[in-house]
Design a protein around this ligand. Structure first.
Ligand code: A3P
Length: 288
């Protein structure tokens, strides 16, 4: 089956039941760095920043390949083994990506101990929906991964309804972000929002750097922000054998949702947004 359900959430087959069942036993190391996110929220952008910060500090060398295959619960079709198994043999310092919520993630990520650091990146859900729609189409074209659902989301309208009802891969956006948001007072966590990073990438690099307890000068910080820019990332990906992953860097703006949402869709979405987020202290910006 191209898609399957595990504990009420739909996953693609490359996040197998076996992988999910292995998560409770995944052993964290004291210096692990984790980036946790709902898909299409800017995960790869933050990963780019984190790996460049670590590289500049002489603490880690991640190749573009390491970055492309860092998702804990995935079995990337290009690789012989599932990522969580490969990570067991990876040298420290490990940077681990996950799209799992805290209930499905290893306990060492949901409840970090020691020096483990978790960066949660979030983005306004209207732009996430549009980005996810394009990503799903692209994945479908490339791999036919999304089988059953493919029949539904050939159109934006159909995908919109699936997204709004939470019937997409990795589950409901709101439930996902809220379950991480509960951790906001835990010092092991740093929360970033795509829109803030977009507005001031240099500040974002600085925030990441301080959270990772790394010290870099201002020139280096500015250089990292520039090297992690959308333009630069797209070019780098475009040149590599990871070219088919250019959808990782599609448009890179805030507010693209306006080109897709009808007024009725926007109203329906706003109602769900209010219902889910009111009183939680979590809010998003929708304007670029
Ligand atoms: P769009 O589809 O809206 O362009 P993820 O890495 O979690 O899959 O998120 C992908 C989204 O982040 C895509 O959004 C992608 O273009 C955007 N993105 C990737 N790198 C970026 C960068 N350097 N600056 C801004 N946006 C970036």
């Amino acid at each position: 089956m191209p898609l399957h359900e595990y504990k009420g959430i739909v996953y693609p087959f490359f996040v197998s039941r076996e992988n999910l069942e292995a998560m409770p036993n995944f052993r964290m190391r004291d210096d692990d760095i984790v980036i946790a996110s709902y898909p299409k929220t800017g995960t790869n952008w933050i990963l780019e920043m984190v790996s460049r910060v670590l590289q500049a500090a002489g603490r880690s060398e991640m190749t573009s390949e390491d970055r492309a295959f860092a998702k804990l619960e995935f079995h990337h079709p290009e690789l012989p083994q599932t990522t969580h198994v490969l990570l067991e043999d990876s040298p420290s310092l490990r940077v681990i990506l996950t799209h799992l919520g805290p209930d499905a993630a290893p306990p060492g990520i949901a409840h970090p101990q020691g020096n483990v650091k978790v960066i949660v990146i979030m983005r306004n859900p209207k732009d996430v929906a549009v980005s996810y729609y394009h990503f799903s189409l692209d994945i479908m074209r490339n791999y036919f991964y999304f089988g059953r659902i493919a029949a539904y989301f050939v159109t934006w309208d159909r995908f919109f309804n699936l997204f709004l009802s939470g019937e997409v891969v990795f589950g409901d956006f709101f439930d996902h972000v809220l379950s991480w948001w509960e951790k906001r007072h835990d010092p092991h966590f740093l929360f970033l929002k795509y829109e803030d990073v977009q507005r001031n990438p240099t500040d974002a690099v600085k925030t990441v750097m301080e959270f990772l307890e790394v010290d870099l000068d201002d020139v280096t910080i500015r250089r990292i922000a520039e090297e992690s820019s959308f333009h630069n990332m797209k070019e780098t990906l475009g040149d590599s054998h990871l070219k088919h992953r250019t959808v990782m860097a599609r448009k890179g703006v805030v507010g693209d949702w306006k080109n897709y949402f009808t007024p009725e869709q926007s109203r329906a979405f706003d109602a769900k947004y209010r219902e889910k987020l009111e009183g939680t202290g979590l809010e998003f910006e929708f304007e670029g």
